[in-house]
Ligand binder design. Sequence first.
Ligand SMILES: CC(C)(COP(=O)(O)OP(=O)(O)OC[C@H]1O[C@@H](n2cnc3c(N)ncnc32)[C@H](O)[C@@H]1OP(=O)(O)O)[C@@H](O)C(=O)NCCC(=O)NCCS
Length: 178
Amino acid sequence: MTSLNSYNGITPKLGKGVFIEPSAVLYGDIELGDDASVWPLVAARGDVNYIRIGARSNIQDGTVLHVTRKSKARPDGLPLIIGDDVTIGHKAMLHACTVGNRVLVGMGCIILDGAVVGDDVIIGAGSLVPPGKRLESGHLYVGSPVKQARPLTEAEKAFLPESADNYVRLKNEYLQQT
Ligand SMILES: CC(C)(COP(=O)(O)OP(=O)(O)OC[C@H]1O[C@@H](n2cnc3c(N)ncnc32)[C@H](O)[C@@H]1OP(=O)(O)O)[C@@H](O)C(=O)NCCC(=O)NCCS
């Protein structure tokens, strides 16, 4: 088995310096920006729609990424779009949603179809974002279903690109070992 697999003749495309850990499995129409990283046991299927992952974003261990097919009700279906400098914690599930830039998706979060997460957002571990829910930029959300908890502090906002940078450094170390 290889990490990068084609579906309908389309194979995932990687930017410069991308790290895909060999146990991750990616299918189809997926594009990753420069310096993005995908960690052990991630499953990502860009089969019935497409997945885009921005520069310097990291998808941590055991996360599942999928999309929604075209239908009469939704002629374009729904892709999965993840912005730049995003940290997706361990074992999250992102399904056909849109995530902005500099977002931290806590471990074990579930984000459902059509949800839109603004820029500079933290979603607490174990939270559930319902279908179509919009999370306002610059805020912390927690709970199942998520509720807005408070605005992020300046320190938390500064931490979001730092978290992405930490993972860029870590994946560079992994790349040097292979
Ligand atoms: C939400 C979070 C950011 C902490 O925010 P905080 O404002 O500092 O929260 P505190 O620790 O002060 O706790 C405030 C309240 O929120 C609750 N809380 C904390 N984390 C929570 C979560 N994930 N879901 C629901 N409630 C949570 C606390 O129990 C506390 O409740 P109380 O006021 O009734 O006692 C943190 O707990 C979290 O989930 N971080 C995500 C870490 C992660 O998954 N990283 C991924 C990369 S590895």
